[in-house]
Design a protein around this ligand. Structure first.
Ligand SMILES: [Zn+2]
Length: 168
């Protein structure tokens, strides 16, 4: 269960012009994380997170060619489309050549967030274990719930996120 404390803290006015420009044009969360901490990103006003999640972030097409990002056990390994298909909400960052949990980057509120949130995954050995470990975290479930709440509040603006939260 999440509370309104998971929602926005920063006012738009406290963002610098270059941050606003970056956020408004950002189609790659890995690129944004190079310039802003996850803590700052998760404190952005909801409208920017909505933009980042629902409209701006690129989603891969089937024919995308992944970089070969690691060499392990005598094999070159690269990200595969099925990792993303099997794990909704995760996105591939071209800038970082790795996978991030986009709901996690935008909404996870916990210290010591690491794999998929503050750090990409791009070592593909034991990836099923890594995905399963992340997907079982409470902060991941909360982040997914917030995405759903945000989605319904945008589709049905008469129900704000706040009222959605308090009705739970
Ligand atoms: Zn997550």
């Amino acid at each position: 269960m999440f509370t309104s404390s998971h929602l926005t803290i920063l006012e738009s006015s406290s963002l610098t012009d270059s941050e606003l420009l970056l956020i408004n044009s950002c189609d790659d969360i890995g690129l944004l994380l190079q310039s802003m901490t996850q803590k700052r990103i998760r404190n952005l006003p909801g409208k920017y997170k909505y933009l980042l999640f629902f409209s701006n972030h690129f989603r891969l097409i089937v024919a995308f060619s992944f970089l070969v990002s690691s060499y392990l056990d005598g094999c070159n390994r690269a990200c595969q489309m099925k990792y993303l298909e099997e794990n909704p909400g995760f996105v591939y960052s071209k800038a970082e050549d790795g996978i991030f949990c986009l709901p996690g980057v935008l909404f996870a509120t916990k210290d010591n967030l690491s794999q998929f949130v503050c750090n990409k995954i791009n070592v593909w050995s034991k990836k099923s274990v890594k995905f399963a470990a992340h997907n079982s975290k409470q902060y991941h479930s909360i982040a997914l719930s917030i995405i759903d709440a945000l989605k319904s509040s945008m589709i049905h603006p008469e129900f704000s996120i706040e009222s959605h939260l308090t009705s739970k």
